[in-house]
Design a protein around this ligand. Sequence first.
Ligand code: AHR
Length: 513
Amino acid sequence: MPHARIALDRDFTVGEVPHRIFGSFVEHMGRCVYTGIYEPGHPTADERGFRRDVLELAQEMGITVVRYPGGNFVSGYRWEDGVGPVEQRPRRLDGAWHTVETNAFGLHEFMDWTRVAGVEPMEAINLGTRGVEDARRLVEYANHPGGTELSDLRRANGHADPFGIRLWCLGNEMDGPWQIGHKTADEYGRLAQEAAKAMRLVDPDIELVACGSSNSAMPTFGAWEQTVLTHTYDVVDYISLHAYYQEHDGDAGSFLATAVDMDHFIDSVVSTADAVRAKGRHTKRIDLSFDEWNVWYQRGRDTDDQPHVIEARGEWREHPRIIEDEYNVTDAVVVGTFLNSLLRHGDRVKIANQAQLVNVIGPIRSEEGGPAWRQSIFWPFARTAELARGTILRTAVTSDRYESAAFGDVDLVDVAATYDEERGRVALFLANRGLDDAADVEVALRGWTAGRVTRAEVLTVPDGGDRRSANREDAQDVVGLTGLDGVTTTEAGVTLRLPALSWAVVEVEVTPV
Ligand code: AHR
């Protein structure tokens, strides 16, 4: 039986759990906004057109911050199109997703939605087709109390109080040749620096995210971060990371190991940011905003919801289905390991946004006029957001390993752990990457005595299913959490058995010694 030993020590910590790492992302893309979070006329819609069923699932997921309005969409977006009387808003072509944008949903609707949902907004500005002036004007419109043309326009449009948006992204994936208004690192770095300066002159309390690489396989990865941060170091707070992973050619072993790549990606960006800090003799530290991450089956599909198929059809439609990936058990285990990676790096990754919230590679799915349901990947996110509280613990893991084609030798058991001193609980977030065998896990708790098990749940292959089992509109609860039996505590720690291919959460009461 595969086996892993994990040692946790009350004094060996990473830092506080950054509450913003449980973020999500709403882009004007496909059916994320329209028929996702917003659908006037839906049986559950409130008076503003917000779908209550989707909203309740977003709240159940425990998301803390939502990035908006894109994504690639933002690089051709005029924020003014989305404010003012709805009937006067223009219909426009969105080149990023070959879609007609009605602008029925814009900044005010988004801000209202974040208030109802109880989440923090994270607003991206357009540095593709626009620049310093529009960025400055948007901050004034959103955050200035009143007495100027733009702040009074916000008031006239129904919002007397400033929105008070603190978190801003300086564009999106500007290193990518696919991006509208794509730039070199020097062009973007200078533009971001000047936009940041102008935005801060309007509101000095904002926090700014500079664009890092679109993914770590970009040919400019590393050099991009170095150049951009050299230009922007003094005026930004974070550098962004984006990463999407998928299973290739049925190689589940490599797919299940992709959090190893995520760990490495984060470590590389931390090193680059710190090298710029040293070279520039800066005292402040730049933290990381992992503001797009998920499983996304980007390659090898020609279904009707693929961007290249939509573009090739040549039609322009309102909110077509785009990348409505269906997630299975394997995907959920992988997503659990991504959350573990983010937690393990919680000393530097201070913001993270799973992309996206609903329908578009979303943990939540919804149908127009129909139901909303949870995909498999909803569960590890919801439980980690609920139970990862207090302090992140360092994990010393001695696990049996396996050879993966893409990432070499990898631990079978992946783990992150937190200690909530206030509630006297240690929470363990565990994944068994092994496809065939259960794994026995012993957890030594040093500096506490262990008491009652307060939570023990597992997501694994359902009875009669297989690793590709998934939730669908007509079978919404095939993959979910069930009780994990057999978790035992002694004074020294916890022992448990993880089923083959599983993600689990175990929470125990602890008393410091
Ligand atoms: O989340 C989908 C798309 O992926 C975003 O618009 C873009 O930023 C990324 O490439």
